[in-house]
Design a protein around this ligand. Sequence first.
Ligand code: PLP
Length: 368
Amino acid sequence: MSDGTTSPATSSVPRPRPGVAALRAYAPDDTPCAVDLSDNTNLWGPPPSATALLRELPSSAMARYPGLDARDLGRVLAQYAGVAPDMIVTGCGSDDVLDASMRAYAEPGERLAYMDPTFSMVPVFARLSGLDVRPIPLTENYDADPGALLAQRAAVTYLCSPNNPTATSLSRETIERVVKEAQGLVIVDEAYAEFSGLSVVDLVARSERLVVTRTLSKAFGLAGLRVGYGIASPAVAREIGKARGPYKVNAVAERVAVRVLRDDAEWVRARAADAVANRERFVTTLRERGLQPLPSAANFVLVPIRNARAVARAMSERGVLVRTFEALRPVSPALRATHGDAIRIGIGPWEQMEAALGALTEALRACA
Ligand SMILES: *Cc1c(COP(=O)(O)O)cnc(C)c1O
């Protein structure tokens, strides 16, 4: 405006929805560090067949749209999960499937009941869908509280096992009871199932209200490609797919995922076993040093630590990045002792765990 006056167009900037304006953008610490143990991905890297396929990819994988609904991927995932192909719904990461599940099964204003602490994106997706979020504390031994969850009569109930960030598993009885008695949709997030060897996918055949979500971002080492999936009855899978929309799994990601599931399932299993072995060794060492990591069924451990942010910063200055949590709901004595402060450490090759132990020891000394 050369004459210095404000035009009506610039005085009326569009206002975002209040629920969006109030959200803080997802912003984990992403300081570059030589050893990054902050995001629970596969620290051995991607499976060898993924790297090989990317080198020989035809240009047709880019110029055209992917197949509608990622049907090739759906078929191999069905085989991997031991279900029929029409029971699979894929998405751009399992985040996409979680988000679409809420959109498909809850009207704005209806409730999402979820265990707390859990995956931080869940209440965010729920709020973006206009849902009324109802966190229900975990029990002292990190199980969900089925009575309190069911009492919410929620349109969608979210459970996570093994749970992020606690790394703990839910009991099978708890999940079975919630699935049996809930009114609405029940999501069981199994992003880390490959590390626990436990799954409730078998319950899907018996329930019209269950969706089990999984991902290729963690054990499968493909977080950058963004592929996730849900396993549900054909009717539920179809509705979630409609709410998600078409073409969410890109053509390159689909080809790589199909190749990895066909050729590298054994590589993935072996690395998951390595992670579990290193986790046990790491947890034992932490306990010997007087720390109280929560019992882990995943490829990471949550370590309650006072002053977690300062400790994590001191670790990153020593080249090791971990994830900080502050004021988690203090459901157990170990979390109460630190007012809910903790660091979450991903498990990878032993050299990386040694680096983590060294940095943690020095950081604790520096912050004492
Ligand atoms: C990492 C994670 C996801 C998301 O995974 P994407 O498939 O990469 O979107 C979902 N749930 C939990 C509990 C996670 O930790």
